[in-house]
Design a protein around this ligand. Structure first.
Ligand code: TYD
Ligand code: MG
Length: 454
């Protein structure tokens, strides 16, 4: 091996570095993700030579503040997730499973930005110009301000960006880009990191917004987007069931805004369409007068989203009854079932319990606890809950129903969608007072809540 080179092993999932191969990654606990890569070691003298004139430290007060201008992406749901629009000079990572719609979303961003008169460059390392044209034809009309390039060599990409100086660049995808100075294969941790650091310098140096597409991969041969989360300004993940038509865009990290907001899209024949009223969309196709179903409310950033919680409790032939949770934390479901056993004396030890949040959305907010509990009781007793009833509240270990944030916003959303009764924590009801046209039932314990509707 050439002097100054060593090999190290990188976890392709999280980027953990190790001098030896390991079966399980100590960082992310994934198995079989280590791949050997050659890295170049720079001597201290050489590194110093390469270093440019260092900037001198400055005082905080001497930094000029410009009003942060944001550029609208032309897609409201995306603007919301970005924290109010695109910040020029930022590096945005868009991650997601293959085929979820990342290229489609970014091509639509290109369409809107170029249509608004901004110079945009779309660099694809995955598809040919013809394939991009085919996709674009489905989406609609494009302005000539958008330029396309099929390239995977990072030096060429860099030169093109420096020459054209567009306002926004899309790199689709980072796993296809390679730097000639790095000897490992495209898609490996060292390549992906090197490519991102080059793009970071371009974005910051020239004030260009760069969107990077990163595939989430299951097998360990290609580095996932997690290894570069710390390098970029904003990390967005595109998620959703591939078989369902809607997609959710979620910010995992954002240096320019909050990370609670989500954007909801629907995949149609002509690209992604924004879903303005996600609650209505989520409640589509609700069964009528079926036991084990209730609507709950979760806050996603500033927006309340109503969703149907379904529970199915059936007699189990197994010694160890089955419990599954789709769309929420499995351990949380077990905890809630334990609360029911102990506080309501509901015997579930001979029953399989399946919990599903309809529509395939994943919710982590504890405000849906009360909904889950009521759905389980409804299914266990085989009694349907009135379909105009909505419930929210966190359930504690002693069976108490605890307050949640922004209760008023949730109640208003319920009213807007035609619900007539809301079951909520008593503390929240006291805060809200009365709301015209909707009955508010404040409850202190799970037993109270069950008493009100079943
Ligand atoms: P794509 O953007 O290629 O996914 P990614 O870049 O994340 O891998 O999305 C591909 C899927 O979207 C594909 O299954 C077809 C579907 N699609 C539509 O349903 N309608 C459309 O208008 C387009 C362009 C794609
Ligand atoms: Mg793609």
């Amino acid at each position: 091996m050439a002097k100054g080179r060593t090999t190290v092993f990188f976890c392709q999932n999280c980027g953990y570095e190790s001098p030896k191969w390991m079966g399980q990654c100590p960082g992310c606990r994934e198995w079989n993700t280590f791949v050997e890569e050659t890295v170049e070691k720079k001597s201290a003298g050489k590194a110093r030579e390469e270093r440019k004139a260092a900037a001198a430290p400055v005082c905080l007060s001497s930094i000029e503040m410009k009003e942060e201008e944001r550029v609208s992406a032309g897609i409201e749901e995306l603007d919301r997730v970005l924290g109010g629009g695109i910040v020029p000079g930022s590096l945005v990572l868009v991650g997601g499973d293959p085929g979820i719609g990342k290229s489609t979303l970014l091509l639509q961003v290109c369409q809107k930005l170029s249509g608004a008169g901004h110079e945009v460059l779309y660099i694809s390392g995955e598809e040919s110009l013809k394939q991009i044209k085919l996709r674009a034809a489905r989406i609609g009309e494009f302005s000539d301000k958008l330029r396309l390039l099929c390239e995977t060599n990072l030096d060429v990409v860099q030169d093109t960006i420096r020459e054209l100086k567009p306002e926004a660049v899309i790199i689709d995808s980072i796993q296809t880009m390679y730097h000639e100075n790095v000897s490992s294969a495209p898609g490996s941790v060292s390549q992906v990191r090197e490519a991102t650091s080059v793009l970071l310098q371009l974005a910051k140096g020239l004030g260009i917004t760069i969107f990077i597409v990163g595939h989430v991969t299951k097998e360990g041969t290609v580095a996932g987007p997690r290894v570069l989360e710390h390098m970029v300004d904003t990390v967005l993940y595109f998620e959703g069931d591939r078989h369902a038509s809607y997609r959710i865009l979620r910010a995992v990290k954002n240096r320019f805004g909050s990370t609670n907001e989500i954007g909801v899209f629907e995949m149609r024949e002509n690209g992604l369409a924004e879903v303005e009223n996600p609650s209505e969309f989520m409640l589509n196709g609700r069964p009528e007068a079926a036991s084990g179903s209730i609507v709950a409310c979760s806050m996603e950033g500033t927006r309340p989203i109503l969703l149907e919680i379904q529970a199915l409790v059936t007699r189990s032939p197994l010694a160890m009854p089955r419990r599954t949770a789709a769309g929420m934390d499995y351990n949380r479901v077990n905890l809630l079932l334990a609360v029911l056993e102990k506080r309501l004396r509901l015997s579930l030890s001979n029953s399989d319990v399946y919990i599903n949040i309809a529509g395939g959305i994943r919710i982590s907010e504890p405000a849906i606890d009360l909904g889950v509990v009521l759905a389980v009781v409804s299914s266990a007793r085989d009694k349907a809950i009135d379909e105009k009833v909505l419930a929210f509240g966190e359930v504690g270990l002693s069976g108490e129903v605890r307050a949640v944030s922004q209760a008023a916003g949730r109640v208003l959303e319920a009213k807007k969608l035609g619900f007539t009764t809301v079951i909520l924590p008593e503390v929240c009801r006291e805060q809200i007072g009365k709301v015209e046209g909707i009955r508010l039932c404040g409850v202190r314990t799970v037993a109270d809540a069950v008493g009100v509707i079943l």
